[in-house]
Design a protein around this ligand. Structure first.
Ligand SMILES: *[C@@H]1O[C@H](CO)[C@@H](O)[C@H](O)[C@H]1NC(C)=O
Ligand SMILES: *[C@@H]1O[C@H](CO)[C@@H](O)[C@H](O)[C@H]1NC(C)=O
Ligand SMILES: *[C@@H]1O[C@H](CO)[C@@H](O)[C@H](O)[C@H]1NC(C)=O
Ligand SMILES: *[C@@H]1O[C@H](CO)[C@@H](O)[C@H](O)[C@H]1NC(C)=O
Ligand SMILES: *[C@@H]1O[C@H](CO)[C@@H](O)[C@H](O)[C@H]1NC(C)=O
Ligand SMILES: *[C@@H]1O[C@H](CO)[C@@H](O)[C@H](O)[C@H]1NC(C)=O
Ligand SMILES: *[C@@H]1O[C@H](CO)[C@@H](O)[C@H](O)[C@H]1NC(C)=O
Length: 411
């Protein structure tokens, strides 16, 4: 009798154990489970504590691209609210999408899968700002799609007016955008500053309207709103050439006066000087804003072959990872300008150059909706419709999603 009772007891204990194990398995397996996410979060917090040495072996710039069935993180045909159609390759009729199915696995880094609910919860009451050129705008649009899962999100508020980001009369678009997720009070914004220098109209009476480009002064927008940011991601690079600077009628200034010396007239010197001076300014500001995290994103690589986008250059490879899939070794960043500027400061490097270099098949070149008109070879004026042969910008979803995952992992 007793034996029978204890058997029943044992039976129900093992049944309970089986149920418990099954329950835990379901929790671990189910994909968007908040409990699982928060467990990961907890682990992250421990592994990120300064007492562990794991950070010394973790370098997000080194690692490999791996196939992942859970990619992309959002749909390129559905994230219409945030994606510019020219960058949405699914909308632009690119025929192959194999490039969407990869994620970056950093070497020796504990990197949880991106989960938008976990991300927004972590970013409660926080403001994330992107300041930079069109590649920064791509990263901003990517983050908006990642944070909404690419779903229509009428609850997300346009709060551009809070930052003066409204379309001026007659302008094509505002200088940036700002959106707030009301459930977590998270704000994500972008401001266009291609050179990270302050641009001030010069008041000359005759056209063209010249603009003073103060290399030693951060953009007014950054100075004005820095105290409201919790995370800032900067980038610059592709506008530092004579064509862009002259086309925009930018006149380089330092110390409030026009640059005369030969050294800074060299545009590559001016670029290095500007990157160093904005980093130096931010490093000093961080003393006043200790909660702020600043990342400087390294240059995004171009993949034009046989010319430029004005001269019929292209990047027509469609086979993923034909340049290899791994970045190894102990050497530093390919972008030595950003690397040396942030060295010894509180500004963190977001080093995406080498890993993006491997992905020449993921540019928007190859989109078919706007076929490039045959151009007269005699003319080499800047083309304004580079839709098809764009080997600079990336398809979205795509490589900028990875930049965001890496930066979120490092916040
Ligand atoms: C949203 O967050 C900001 C800080 O970033 C805070 O000042 C504000 O009170 C918060 N608003 C709400 C409704 O929680
Ligand atoms: C967010 O801000 C609100 C209002 O100021 C506050 O009640 C809440 O505790 C804050 N949450 C976090 C996680 O800071
Ligand atoms: C141009 O005019 C604006 C407004 O009148 C003024 O604030 C600015 O200082 C002037 N810039 C220069 C370079 O004189
Ligand atoms: C700007 O001023 C500083 C300090 O007066 C000086 O050291 C520097 O050489 C000046 N730079 C240029 C480009 O004139
Ligand atoms: C890709 O571009 C190269 C160089 O312009 C060209 O020789 C080649 O035929 C192109 N390949 C395809 C598949 O279009
Ligand atoms: C960073 O600065 C240190 C100390 O000045 C120097 O030894 C090192 O070479 C620098 N590293 C890079 C990557 O510039
Ligand atoms: C056009 O290209 C040719 C050959 O590359 C060059 O010699 C010429 O200066 C260019 N013209 C303009 C206006 O840039």
């Amino acid at each position: 009798m007793f034996g029978g009772k204890s058997n029943i007891l044992r039976g129900s204990v093992s049944l309970a154990l089986v149920i418990l194990i099954l329950l835990m398995l379901t929790l671990l397996v189910s994909e968007e489970n908040p409990l699982r996410a928060s467990l990961f979060d907890l682990k992250r917090q421990f592994s990120a504590s300064p007492s562990t040495s794991s950070s010394s072996v973790c370098n997000y710039a080194k690692g490999k691209w791996v196939k992942d069935k859970k990619r992309p993180l959002y749909s390129g045909s559905e994230c219409k609210q945030w994606l510019s159609s020219m960058w949405a390759c699914r909308v632009m009729g690119r025929p192959d999408f194999s490039f969407e199915g990869y994620r970056w696995q950093p070497q020796g880094c504990n990197m949880p899968q991106f989960d938008r609910f976990t991300f927004l919860t972590r970013m409660q009451n926080k403001t994330i700002a992107f300041i930079g050129d069109s590649l920064g705008r791509q990263q901003f649009q990517s983050l908006m799609c990642m944070a909404t899962g690419g779903e229509d999100s009428p609850e997300v508020q346009n709060v551009g007016w809070e930052y003066g980001l409204v379309k001026p009369k007659g302008a094509l678009r505002p200088d940036g955008w700002a959106y707030r997720f009301p459930t977590t009070n998270t704000t994500i914004l972008y401001y266009w500053s291609a050179s990270l220098s302050d641009l001030v109209p010069m008041n000359n009476t005759e056209p063209p309207r010249l603009v003073a480009m103060h290399l030693d002064r951060p953009p007014a927008f950054m100075r004005k709103y820095l105290h409201r940011f919790d995370v800032l991601v900067l980038n610059t690079g592709h506008h530092w050439n004579r064509g862009k600077i002259e086309g925009n009628h930018w006149v380089m200034h330092v110390n409030g006066t026009k640059v005369e010396g030969e050294f800074l007239k060299d545009i590559s010197h001016a670029k290095v000087f500007t990157i160093h001076s904005v980093v130096k300014w931010l490093d000093a500001e961080l003393l006043l804003h200790p909660r702020l995290r600043v990342f400087f994103r390294t240059i995004s690589p171009r993949h034009f072959r046989n010319g430029d986008w004005n001269t019929g250059g292209n990047c027509n490879n469609t086979v993923p990872l034909s340049r290899g899939s791994e970045i190894n070794g102990d050497d530093g960043s390919v972008d030595t300008t950003v690397e040396s500027a942030v060295n010894g400061t509180r500004i963190k490097i977001l080093d995406i150059t080498a890993l993006s270099e491997l992905r020449d098949e993921a540019h928007i070149s190859g989109s078919k909706l706007k076929p490039r008109k045959p151009k007269k070879v005699t003319s080499n004026v800047t083309s304004t419709a580079p839709a098809v042969n764009d080997c600079l910008h990336w398809c979205l979803p795509g490589i900028p999603d990875t930049w965001n995952e890496l930066f979120i992992a490092q916040i």
